[in-house]
Write a protein that binds this ligand. Structure first.
Ligand code: DX5
Ligand code: ZN
Length: 218
């Protein structure tokens, strides 16, 4: 079964605990947390103290998506704060292998994220060391953007690479995913679906259940 990771970027930040609980009780598998620094992306969101506070109000594994420059500077603090999965952008780092090994030493699952214009072939050498790859299907920085359909080809390509070198690898996809298009993303090869606005706008529990209804077939 594919996993659902609601992105709290579109939650009500004044009632974060309530929104997280509702998603958790309805069947969310992971909680996706978008960390932005106003440098790598043109937006600023959540930092380490917020992750620490979220850790105390949910049992769900925390999936921390770092959209920051020099991610290696902050990764240990995010893991101490409660990150179970942590991913950094390929485009924001130089020593990918060193960072991935450090994440694993610190006890978290390690992922690399690629922007829509970054080819999956850039991941060839790092792939055997990764727990997951996060494929961006919008340009990172904001919730509520439109899914870029060309992402499907990248997911398919990555699925072929995964079969050849790392069968345990999970493919996570993030951006513009709705109940209406999630099927095509799953068919292409996604194992983990991130959804923000499609979960936290309207009834959170109805939205989670509608996604899970499709995800259970994969
Ligand atoms: C965008 C973030 C996403 C965002 C997705 O930079 O990485 O996780 O919350 O939001 P939707 O699902 O609304 O596109
Ligand atoms: Zn994200």
């Amino acid at each position: 079964m594919a996993l659902l990771a609601p992105s709290i970027l579109s939650a009500n930040f004044a009632c974060l605990k309530r929104d997280i609980r509702e998603a958790e009780e309805a069947g969310a598998d992971l909680l996706h947390v978008d960390v932005m620094d106003g440098r790598f992306v043109p937006n600023i969101t959540i930092g380490i103290p917020v992750v620490e506070s979220i850790r105390k109000v949910t049992e769900l594994p925390l999936d921390i998506h770092l959209m920051i420059v020099e991610p290696e500077r902050y990764i240990p603090d995010f893991i101490r704060a409660g990150a179970d999965w942590i991913s950094f952008h390929f485009e924001a780092a130089v020593h990918h292998h060193r960072i991935v090994e450090r994440i694993k030493e610190l006890g978290a699952k390690a992922g690399v994220v690629i922007n829509p214009s970054t080819p999956v072939s850039f991941l060839e050498e790092i792939l055997p060391f990764l727990d997951f790859v996060l494929v961006m299907s919008v340009n990172p920085g904001f919730g509520g953007q439109k899914f870029i359909p060309e992402s499907l080809k990248k997911i398919e390509k990555l699925k072929r690479m995964k079969k050849a070198v790392n069968r345990e690898l999970l493919i996570e996809v993030d951006g513009g995913i709705k109940v209406e298009n999630v099927d095509s993303v799953l068919k292409a090869g996604a194992d983990v679906i991130v959804a923000g606005s499609a979960i936290f706008r309207g009834s959170i529990s109805d939205n989670v259940k509608a996604f899970k209804e499709v995800l259970k077939n994969y």
